[in-house]
Design a protein around this ligand. Structure first.
Ligand SMILES: *[C@@H]1O[C@H](CO)[C@@H](O)[C@H](O)[C@H]1NC(C)=O
Ligand SMILES: *[C@@H]1O[C@H](CO)[C@@H](O)[C@H](O)[C@H]1NC(C)=O
Ligand SMILES: *[C@@H]1O[C@H](CO)[C@@H](O)[C@H](O)[C@H]1NC(C)=O
Length: 449
């Protein structure tokens, strides 16, 4: 063995994770996974090789929202091979894992999230640069994956991260990174779609209230008041009313991330919860807790990952530093870009990037109506041609010959596709794992759904 091979083995062999040692996870999983740090020991990553053909399957990277939430949340509750049941320490092997036919990479970004080292002042541009540096370092540590077709996906505030990073890759590293497409779910694109920044610290959008009224979660009287006082959405009178209406929604124990889903917050484990878990959770759903008088816990299903990742034995096994892990950072000093990420889409269209935008249609956090608004704006501005008219898409039912409507879809220029996921909340693969997987598989391997 020559010196070079020994060196590679020190880098690679060191970071491989032997799954059987982690008692919190099912032991009957036989595929390699890796964990450790990139960028000079700063950014924590988890890398789950494909369960089919790691040597030729594409590479897909997942980004979480927030800003400040860890993509390990996505790994353990949405798309990874190990999933925790809601509010439980019990885990299981995910039959709809996104690494069935793709290599799956998670980075804990920006700095200060999860096991990654903290940093002072950050913004969308610095986060994208850190992500690119981490990726380039990943390809140094895992050279075998360098020329693979590469895709980036994620949800919520990743609607900002993903386009920023994709644009940076095109500008700086398009010869090194074989970027093929982006997949954005219930993502923040225009400021007004997610959070009207003039609205801070309320974190509300018009679309959010529209969906409450449409679904009948607020009364007709509320609607009348709203119509009167909210002609200007950011006026003081309207903001006062929004606070009252949000309190009503919260007291009715509706999950803003899935208006039709279960709200798990009555569970005694969370109500009594240990301090950290509770804090995490308050921070994560901060948009409901920024004003006085609200003491109820919002809905939450996260649990087992917290105990597992804060166990020092596990931290050693997964090559993480000994530190307190939380799924959303409460101390991030992060300035959101008021321009949004919409402006990068014309570059992607010219570059030939495959762009799939999906939306769980019962999310009130980043509602489907807001997503459709900016897509329509883009279609108009860029004069895009409809190549697949609005239609239903299907997936296998529980029994043969009982195919079900997964949602609706619409495509432009054979490049930009919108897909709704029927009955799914903000975190589509959590609420509708099968639909999420069908969507992902088609994104990576087909041109349609
Ligand atoms: C920490 O993790 C190890 C390995 O999975 C496990 O054996 C041990 O019981 C865990 N400790 C606690 C307090 O859960
Ligand atoms: C989950 O595991 C942690 C750590 O092992 C333990 O403290 C907690 O009581 C467990 N919760 C449940 C509901 O089993
Ligand atoms: C990439 O370059 C384009 C064209 O100069 C520019 O508009 C865009 O802002 C750049 N992207 C990033 C993330 O800096």
């Amino acid at each position: 063995m020559n010196y070079f091979l020994i060196l590679v083995c020190v880098l690679l062999c060191y970071s491989e994770i032997i799954n059987e040692k982690i008692s919190q996870l099912p032991s009957d999983y036989n595929h390699k996974w890796y964990g450790g740090y990139l960028n000079d020991n700063q950014i924590y990553y988890q890398f789950l090789v494909s369960q089919s053909d790691p040597d030729s399957d594409p590479l897909f990277m997942w980004m979480q929202g927030g800003p400040g939430c860890s993509s390990l949340f996505g790994s353990f509750y949405e798309i990874g091979p190990f999933q925790f049941k809601p509010l439980s320490n019990e885990s299981f092997i995910n039959p709809y894992a996104w690494n069935k036919k793709a290599n799956l990479l998670f980075l804990e970004l920006p700095k200060g999230v999860g096991f990654s080292n903290p940093s002072k002042y950050q913004n969308d541009a610095s986060a994208a640069q850190d992500a690119l540096d981490a990726l380039l370092d990943f390809f140094v540590q895992f050279p075998n994956y360098e020329n693979r077709p590469f895709y980036i996906g994620g949800e919520s505030y990743a609607g900002m991260y993903i386009p920023y990073l994709a644009s940076l890759i095109i500008n700086q590293s398009k010869n090194t990174i074989n970027l093929k497409g982006i997949l954005v779910g219930n993502g923040c694109t225009l400021g007004s779609e997610c959070t009207d920044l003039k609205q801070l610290p309320l974190f509300t959008s018009k679309y959010q209230f529209n969906i409450y009224f449409q679904r009948g979660f607020l009364s007709l009287e509320d609607k009348q008041k709203y119509d009167q006082l909210c002609l200007d959405f950011t006026s003081p009178r309207c903001i006062e009313l929004q606070k009252q209406l949000l309190a009503k929604i919260q007291y009715s124990r509706v999950d803003i991330n899935n208006l039709l889903g279960e709200c798990y917050h009555n569970d005694p484990d969370v109500q009594q919860g240990n301090g950290q878990n509770k804090r995490n959770h308050l921070n994560k759903r901060k948009r409901f807790l920024h004003f006085k008088g609200i003491t109820e816990l919002p809905c939450n299903y996260e649990y087992g990952n917290y105990f597992m990742l804060n166990n020092k034995t596990v931290q050693d096994i997964i090559h993480a530093k000994h530190m307190k892990w939380g799924s959303c950072s409460s101390s991030l000093d992060f300035k959101e870009d008021e321009q949004g990420s919409y402006r990068f889409y014309s570059q992607f269209l010219h570059y030939g990037l495959k762009i799939w935008i999906y939306s769980g249609d019962v999310d009130s956090n980043v509602p489907i109506t807001g997503t459709l608004d900016w897509i329509q704006m883009l279609v108009k501005e860029q004069n895009l041609q409809e190549t697949d008219p609005w239609r239903a898409w299907f997936m296998e039912g529980k029994k043969p010959k009982q195919r079900q409507v997964g949602g609706l879809t619409w495509e432009f220029n054979k490049q930009l596709r919108f897909i709704s996921v029927r009955g799914a909340g903000h975190e589509v693969p959590f609420w509708k794992p099968q639909a999420g997987y069908v969507l992902f598989d088609n994104f990576i391997y087909n041109n349609t759904i």
